[in-house]
Design a protein around this ligand. Sequence first.
Ligand code: FAD
Length: 545
Amino acid sequence: MPATHEVTNQVPPLVGHDVAAYPPLLESLEREGAGWATEEVHALGRRAGSAEAQEWGRLAEKNVPVLHTHDRYGHRVDEVEFDPAWHQLMAVAVGAGLHAAPWGDDRAGAHVARAAKEFVWTATDPGHICPISMTYAVVPALRANADLAATYEPLLTSTTYDFGLRTPTAKRGLIAGMSMTEKQGGSDVRANTTTATPNADGSHSLVGHKWFTSAPMSDFFLTLAQAPGGLSCFFVPRVLADGSRNAIRLQRLKSKLGNRSNASAEIEYDGALGWLVGEEGRGVPTIIEMVNMTRLDCTIGSAAGMKIATMQAAHHARHRSAFGKHLVDQPLMANVLADLAVEAEAATYAAMRLAGATDRVARGDEQEAAVRRIALAVSKYWVCKRAPSHAAEALECLGGNGYVEDSGMPRLFRESPLMSIWEGSGNVAALDTLRAMARQPESVEAFFDEVELAAGADSRLDDAVGRIRKELTDFADIEYRARHLVERLALVFQGSLLVRHAPAAVADAFCASRLAGDWGVAFGTLPVGVDSATLVDRASVELPA
Ligand SMILES: Cc1cc2nc3c(=O)[nH]c(=O)nc-3n(C[C@H](O)[C@H](O)[C@H](O)COP(=O)(O)OP(=O)(O)OC[C@H]3O[C@@H](n4cnc5c(N)ncnc54)[C@H](O)[C@@H]3O)c2cc1C
């Protein structure tokens, strides 16, 4: 059979590269005190970019988890079946310590190293990062019950992935989830209706429903329920000490826009046994310790998504020609790519700065705790909020090919809104910033102390800080204005980091567009004079020869 045509002008597959070869990440790793982990991050980056790991990600997303509520005889089993690729991804993630491992690691920078590894491993499949993140996040909350923490923390920090429904203490490693959201509301968890009735032996029996509980195959959940003394936090294992199943019924798995490799379930507690974590009636302050960690991971995950999207777009533009030139050499495409690159750099700098703060807070640094309070709230809002428009624009850089599943771009796009919904949807994240300002005014000054470390270095940043300080003198209609305010706080935080630490080309592009306003509404509207070539280079990866 004669060939009808030769295939030309298609880009080479983007596999076999080192996902960690991303200057903003490596610069941040060093700056935040985990330069010692550079080789480990590269090793995981090479694994993440390998054809094998990329294929695991594809299979885990394509072959979605299946819920088995009953066995063939009609007994409840409440099990979720995953593609083997899911378990491969989980095993590598746990083995590399992306879950709770830093809580058992005394080295300064352990949380930073973990953040960088999570950033690169997200390139395989963001779905499985959900249970990995919750397992990371659960430790500070679980410490509110010293006995439970003493028993379970060593198993949470273990680098062995041990899947299967068995008594948690009989396993070599554990995965944890959180169960807060109910049908009538997720933001306003104080409206939860699940009840917890005390038993004589100190346990509680939980009855109620949860509308979103991701990673339902976790070994235990931290669950909010109404005890006699008010909304409280409970440790609820899937299997009890005697090996019997706790009364947790998986009713249905959600059919989701994206994040499809990860199971998210509706579950019923039918007299499930739980043990109090923290004080009765203090469920929200207890579980907020967990939420604060997953909010960090939402920021890391969104930054990672933007990095992957920019890398894919730059790769395509470097290899695809139109109108006689590579796309990357077409001035308007250079502007789009550079604008996407600035956004991803700013997000990465912010996420890694927050990972550094988390590391120092874990070692007792109170000033960093005050900085983190506002900086995390505004970054969770802004970085996650930028992800969907960033993903859409990056997808368009691939033209029609970007709209086709094989390119991987539709998957990035479907994933992109999630981090802004989960753990405080946009408005809730913005309102959380106002709450922090009102309740912990010292965190506002700590935030500005941090931002003003760059004072005098760039007048565009100085002016933006002056404007936001002025905006903060007026509290009229503050809730109505919350998004506007929080967006500007996030931008000066990013701007300060870039002005102090990033190459001049990055800081200049950011300040000219995001702070001085010489910018349009869509990506690709950077002003003339920006060094777009440097920006695109920093977002590009070299394939092995
Ligand atoms: C894929 C996925 C996985 C999830 N996994 C889990 C999980 O494992 N465990 C868990 O507990 N939950 C989980 N959730 C639930 C998630 O945390 C909630 O969806 C989220 O907190 C929002 O709650 P809601 O859906 O009830 O929306 P609502 O609370 O009804 O909010 C709807 C909208 O109103 C806005 N809003 C709320 N209050 C205000 C206000 N005062 N002023 C202005 N606007 C407001 C919100 O920002 C949001 O945009 C998951 C969700 C998804 C999509």
